[in-house]
Design a protein around this ligand. Structure first.
Ligand code: AMP
Ligand code: ZN
Length: 476
């Protein structure tokens, strides 16, 4: 299996540290607002990666953090704490905001068939680990105290800018006009591990530490949560491409300084979902949610298909026109599968099954090419093989694509029962239906006297019969 590794900027053969086992870490959401469909693009593509690894036979353990403290409005050390900003906006406490938006995030994930990771850890549940790691970084000479805060000293590293696309100038990016540069930093790239001299006196969540009461920086949480649950050697780290710098660069700096060896082998970055006016972001306030799509009548799984139709390393432009094309594709897919279900199934042809499955695997083995994976699904529909083979393949691919194909098609293939608003389990309705059936038999047998008698009997009970070309209906 080839995976593109942002660290080496090449597609590499994926080889886990321990044969057959994969340790996977995902940067979780900052829970100060709803996840937008851009965030969810990252989680959908990471979900497909996880499901494909499992499909390929790996025993996967996946861990995700929930950022409920420490993420400032700039990804560096400037601006306000995003959680505090969310709490002020909604006149609630930080913990109330965190609970509400964490639940909302997992509700969205469920709608999009994104599996919940094996371990989900809020940053606020691991404060002891952060403090211990920072203490050790100070002891090892990789961190220093200045102006009340603890900083990571990037000058102590052999190489800080590990993702080659980034340079020192990029550090300016998050700094907005009017925000002063932090004069405590020894080097421009240094970053905060622990804040005690808070710029925000009203910071709600603070903890005692050897350096005074304060709270952790954002980057330290992912290093510590990953190492707490997955140990010192990580196979794959996932996140959106905006996280590569400075967040993932800082994670690597801290983690490798702490463990003293290489920490994570593969970096899987999902590129952005954009709108015509640029990157979709929470902070801009203009973003689309799954609930909004639902309110406009879109099935969330249509959005999943929309994402799968393009490669995770290409930016994707969202428009309703593009989404409508995915609606058509999804409906056609379900209709084609439903019609295959109505055919005479026959037996599974193992040779055809293996050949078509190999195409699907070749697509995903080639750096998770989900768009070719979807093409492999269309190849199944067109293939000259038995319906049983096709249905077995569709169910098999859907372990990875997770588009609910079989269940939806089954529903479509079922004979449609008209909803006439009548409760057919009601004993009185059952009695009427039995009499209508008897009347039909009587008419067939030319026993019109009995047929009229039944009509009268029902009329006495307040039931009127209406004979239509589709059969006899009734009303009270
Ligand atoms: P956040 O909740 O802001 O911490 O972001 C959660 C995840 O969504 C991170 O992995 C981000 O890199 C990712 N992300 C943010 N914006 C986008 C976008 N427009 N498209 C795809 N992924 C994104
Ligand atoms: Zn992270």
């Amino acid at each position: 299996m080839l995976l593109y590794n942002s660290l080496t900027r090449t597609r590499e053969e994926f080889i886990p540290n321990e044969p057959g086992k994969v340790k996977l870490y995902t940067c979780g959401p900052t829970v100060y607002h709803y996840a937008h469909i851009g965030n969810l693009r990252s989680y959908i593509m990471e979900d497909v990666l996880e499901k494909y690894l499992r499909y390929a036979g790996y025993d996967v353990t996946r861990v995700m953090n929930i950022t409920d403290v420490g993420h400032l409005t700039s990804d560096a050390d400037t601006g306000e704490d995003k959680m505090l900003k969310g709490a002020k906006r909604e006149k609630k406490t930080v913990l109330e905001i965190a609970k509400y938006y964490t639940d909302a995030f997992f509700a969205d994930c469920a709608k999009l068939h994104i599996k919940t990771p094996d371990v989900v850890a809020p940053a606020t549940s691991c404060i002891d680990e952060f403090i211990k790691t920072i203490e050790s970084l100070i002891e090892k000479g990789f961190a220093y105290e200045a102006g009340g805060n603890i900083y990571f000293d990037t000058s102590k590293l052999k190489q800080y800018y590990v993702f080659n696309d980034f340079k020192e100038e990029d550090l300016e990016v998050g700094v907005r006009e009017g925000v002063e540069e932090d004069s405590n930093k020894r080097n421009k790239a240094d970053f905060v591990l622990w804040f005690t001299k808070s710029k925000f006196d009203d910071q709600e969540l603070k903890w005692d530490s050897p350096w005074g009461i304060g709270y952790p920086g954002w980057h330290i949480e992912c290093s510590c949560i990953s190492m707490k649950y997955l140990g010192e050697y990580l196979d794959i780290h996932c996140g959106g491409i905006d996280n590569a710098f400075p967040h993932h660069t800082n994670e690597i700096a801290q983690s490798e300084a702490f463990v003293g060896h290489k920490w994570c082998n593969y970096w899987f970055h999902v590129h952005h979902l954009n709108t015509n006016s640029g990157k979709m972001s929470k902070s801009s306030g203009e973003f689309l949610t799954v609930s909004l799509l639902e309110s406009k009548g879109y099935d969330p799984l249509v959005y999943r298909l929309f994402c799968l139709q393009s490669h995770y390393r290409k930016s994707l432009v969202f428009s309703y026109e593009n989404l409508d094309n995915a609606v058509i594709a999804y409906k056609k897919l379900i209709a084609r599968i439903a019609s295959i279900m109505k055919e005479n199934a026959g037996d599974v042809d193992q040779a055809a099954f293996d050949e078509l499955k190999a195409k699907f695997c070749a697509a995903l083995d080639n750096d998770m090419n989900t768009s070719l994976g979807v093409t492999a699904l269309y190849d199944v529909l067109k293939a000259k093989t038995s319906p049983a083979t096709k249905l077995a393949l569709i169910a098999d691919f859907d372990k990875v694509l997770d588009l609910d194909l079989i269940a939806k098609a089954k529903k479509e293939a079922e004979p449609k029962v008209e909803d006439d608003g009548i409760d057919h389990n009601d004993p009185f309705v059952k009695e009427i239906e039995a009499l209508i059936a008897e009347r039909a038999d009587a008419k067939k047998a030319k026993n019109y006297a009995r047929a009229d008698e039944i009509r009268q009997l029902l009329s006495d009970k307040g039931v009127t019969l209406i004979d239509t070309p589709q059969g006899t209906k009734f009303k009270f």
